[in-house]
Design a protein around this ligand. Structure first.
Ligand SMILES: Nc1ncnc2c1ncn2[C@@H]1O[C@H](COP(=O)(O)OP(=O)(O)OP(=O)(O)O)[C@@H](O)[C@H]1O
Ligand SMILES: CC(=O)N[C@H]1[C@@H]2OC[C@@H](O2)[C@@H](O)[C@@H]1O[C@H](C)C(=O)O
Length: 375
């Protein structure tokens, strides 16, 4: 991979940045425009989405869990092509974008072993579109002993301040994997001690999607309709909660398929009971996670696709000790928060500001990851 990069700390004013994210669910690419000076959010702009075709999805999925080889190269090409197509559409309509934050697609994540791999070449994107692209956000954190994930927490901190919140709250992202950020918006800098605690809660939608695909040929449990008809199998739930991951103190992070064997735990159950049980496992992982919060959050704001599942939201409401609401309650867009996060982080990288710290990834000291590729 050609990484002839140089870091340059650009200006101090407000930048219009475009963030792009392709998450573990592999549904498609999210893109969102944000205005920020790298500290405060000053405004949200347009957003867009491009779904992966079945062929693209299969090519990318074939690379899951691999670190190199032809499947990884083919996955990278599919990721680059999909991002470029969406980028061109957006830039045709919006010439104000000055900087792009490109997360790429995580294929494998084992921070204490091989590292972390997000595919898609940001330098190629920069050349193609003629704008600076910030990418490879996670490697530096992992090289310095961090988990490399989650990275959205610095943005969650900015969101809480943007929304004018005063007391500690939590953001819960329910994508393929779940992640929780406890944030004290009263502390001005995200890297300051006590401002943030973040980690992955456990599997979220990935096992539900896998079950739906395997048993019914459907991508996901729309509206939680199948789970709503099922009964939770408490024996399986207990076995799941006995996983050492839940008792481990944060920082901690997961790969998409770290809990893939969960489907076997529900293997003997009917479709509806299996789906209800996997949905309950997601909620139970979050309930375990809440015990690690330094203080009870005033509210849990849910982002990511899982907030569209009413069965999951009800289970969270019952099992958590504080109110649970979608992030829309504070005026944010829960379908675009991750894309916005990488727009925000791109500006921080370009400005030489940190993007992770001991409270978010367990890295030894605050660190700014990311590579800036200029045209
Ligand atoms: N209407 C809905 N009903 C039930 N589940 C839904 C609905 N809409 C989305 N989901 C779930 O949310 C998932 C997509 O969530 P999201 O886009 O947040 O994931 P992601 O960004 O790919 O993942 P990650 O945050 O782990 O990288 C879908 O695959 C599906 O499981
Ligand atoms: C290695 C990796 O890509 N992790 C993702 C994944 O998807 C959700 C969860 O696991 C989170 O840790 C992270 O993404 C979000 C955007 C983050 O870094 O904050």
């Amino acid at each position: 991979m050609n990484k002839a990069m140089h870091r340059q700390h650009v200006g101090t004013g407000v930048v219009t940045a475009l963030g792009m994210m392709s998450g573990t669910s592999l549904d498609g690419v999210d893109a969102a425009i944000l205005r920020t000076d790298g500290r405060e959010i000053t405004g949200f702009g347009k957003s867009a989405y491009r779904s992966y075709s079945a062929q693209e999805r299969a090519m990318i999925a074939a690379g899951f869990g691999k670190w190199h080889g032809p499947e990884v190269e083919a996955a990278a090409e599919a990721v680059e092509a999909a991002h470029l197509a969406l980028l061109r559409d957006i830039l045709d309509e919006d010439a104000a974008v000055e900087l792009v934050g490109f997360h790429g697609q995580t294929l494998a994540h084992a921070p204490r072993m091989q590292g972390t791999l997000q595919v898609g070449d940001g330098a190629l994107l920069a050349r193609e579109i003629g704008l600076p692209v910030v990418w490879d956000f996670r490697s530096a954190d992992v090289e310095l002993g961090g988990e490399g994930a989650p990275l959205a927490p610095f943005f969650h901190h900015a969101c809480a301040r943007f929304a004018g919140l005063k007391e500690p709250v939590a953001f819960l992202n329910l994508g393929g994997v779940g992640n929780l950020t406890w944030v004290d918006p009263g502390i001005e800098r995200p890297e300051a001690e006590g401002a943030l605690l973040a980690f992955d809660t456990g599997p979220a939608n990935a096992p539900i999607n896998d079950l739906m695909q395997e048993r019914l040929g459907q991508a996901f449990d729309e509206g939680g309709r199948l789970a709503a008809r099922g009964r939770v199998e408490h024996g399986a739930l207990e076995l799941f909660l006995a996983e050492p991951y839940f008792a481990r103190m944060p920082p901690k992070s997961l790969d998409r398929n770290d809990f893939a064997e969960m489907i076997a735990l529900v293997g003997e159950l009917s479709d509806a009971d299996a789906c209800a049980t996997l949905t309950a496992m997601c909620a139970a992982g979050v309930a375990e996670a809440m015990q690690h919060c330094p203080a009870p959050p005033e509210r849990v704001f849910v982002t990511g696709g899982g907030r569209h599942n009413p069965v999951l939201m009800r289970m969270l409401d019952v099992s958590l000790d504080c109110p649970v609401a979608p992030v829309e309650e504070i005026g944010l867009d829960g379908d675009m928060l991750e894309a916005q996060a990488f727009a925000y982080l791109a500006v921080r990288v370009a400005r030489g500001l940190p993007t992770s710290c001991p409270g978010t990834t367990g890295v030894r000291a605050a660190v700014g990851g990311g590579t800036v590729s200029r045209v």
